[in-house]
Design a protein around this ligand. Structure first.
Ligand SMILES: [Zn+2]
Length: 236
C-alpha cells in the first residue's frame, strides 16, 4: 500500500471511530499532512463521517485550496491547513464539536488536568482557549487558532469545540478520546465541589505513564474493534 493510500485508509477508519465514540456527528474532521509536501489529506465536506471511504478523501494546500478530489473540502479546512503551516512538528489534526469540551469552553473557568488516564494527556496547566466563537472559515481565522494553540497539543474553541494535534493519526485519535473523557470527568467533579487539580509534578508523573505509543495503540485497537462490532467498518 502506498503512503497516500495508507493515510487515506487511516483517516477513513479514524473518522468512523470518532463517530462511533460520539466525538463527531455530521461535522468534525481529521486530517494528515502529506509527508514532505505543503499539502494535507482530509475527509470531504458532504460525506458522512460514519461511512466515509479512503477514496473519498481530498487533498488541499495550506491555504485550503483544493488540489485533488471529487468533493469539496470541509468549510473549516483552514483550521487544519494553518496549523500545519505554523507547526512543522505535527502530522495530524482533528477538529471536533465535542460536547463536553464545548460545554467547558462556555464557562470562565480554566480546564486543568485532574484525573489519571485521560486527564493528564495534554500536560500541565490549563488548556489554551481560542475565544472567538465564529466558525473558522478564513486563512486569518486559521492563523489565529494556530496562535492560540501555540506549542500545545490541543486548544479549546469557545462555545464551539476543540482542535487536537499530534505526530500521527493514532496519537490525534487517542488525544481526542482522552480530551473528551477528561472534560466529562472535570464537569462532573465540578458539580460536586472544588476540583483538586493536579500540580505540575503530579501531572508530569501521570502524563509520563499515559503518553506512550503502546497506550495510544491500545486506545486505537480498542476503538477499531468497537467500531467493527458496531458494523461501521464495512468497505475499509
Ligand atoms: Zn467547527
Amino acid at each position: 500500500m502506498s503512503e497516500l493510500s495508507e493515510i487515506k485508509t487511516k483517516l477513513a477508519m479514524s473518522s468512523r471511530m470518532l463517530f462511533n465514540a460520539g466525538l463527531v456527528d455530521y461535522s468534525g474532521h481529521i486530517s494528515a499532512r502529506l509527508p514532505g509536501s505543503d499539502h494535507l489529506v482530509i475527509l470531504p465536506h458532504p460525506v458522512s463521517r460514519a461511512t466515509v471511504k479512503p477514496d473519498d478523501m481530498v487533498i488541499t494546500d495550506f491555504d485550503g485550496k483544493l488540489i485533488e478530489g471529487k468533493y469539496k473540502a470541509p468549510s473549516e479546512v483552514n483550521m487544519h491547513a494553518r496549523a500545519y503551516k505554523a507547526r512543522n512538528d505535527i502530522q495530524s489534526v482533528a477538529h471536533l464539536h465535542n460536547h463536553m469540551v464545548a460545554t467547558l469552553s462556555m464557562v470562565d473557568k480554566p480546564f486543568y488536568p485532574a484525573s489519571s488516564n485521560p486527564g493528564a494527556f495534554f500536560g500541565p496547566g490549563p488548556l489554551p482557549v481560542y475565544m472567538d466563537p465564529a466558525l473558522i472559515h478564513t486563512i486569518e481565522q486559521g492563523d489565529a487558532v494556530a496562535k492560540a494553540l501555540g506549542n500545545a497539543d490541543a486548544v479549546m474553541l469557545r462555545g464551539h469545540g476543540s482542535m487536537v494535534v499530534a505526530q500521527t493519526i493514532e496519537w490525534v485519535f487517542a488525544g481526542c478520546v482522552d480530551l473528551e473523557e477528561a472534560a466529562a470527568r472535570f464537569y462532573k467533579a465540578s458539580l460536586l465541589g472544588p476540583v483538586m487539580i493536579y500540580n505540575e509534578d503530579e501531572t508530569q508523573r501521570v502524563m509520563k505513564q499515559r503518553r506512550k505509543d503502546s497506550v495510544v495503540q491500545k486506545i486505537w485497537d480498542h476503538n477499531a474493534a468497537k467500531t467493527k462490532l458496531a458494523g461501521l467498518m464495512n468497505g475499509i
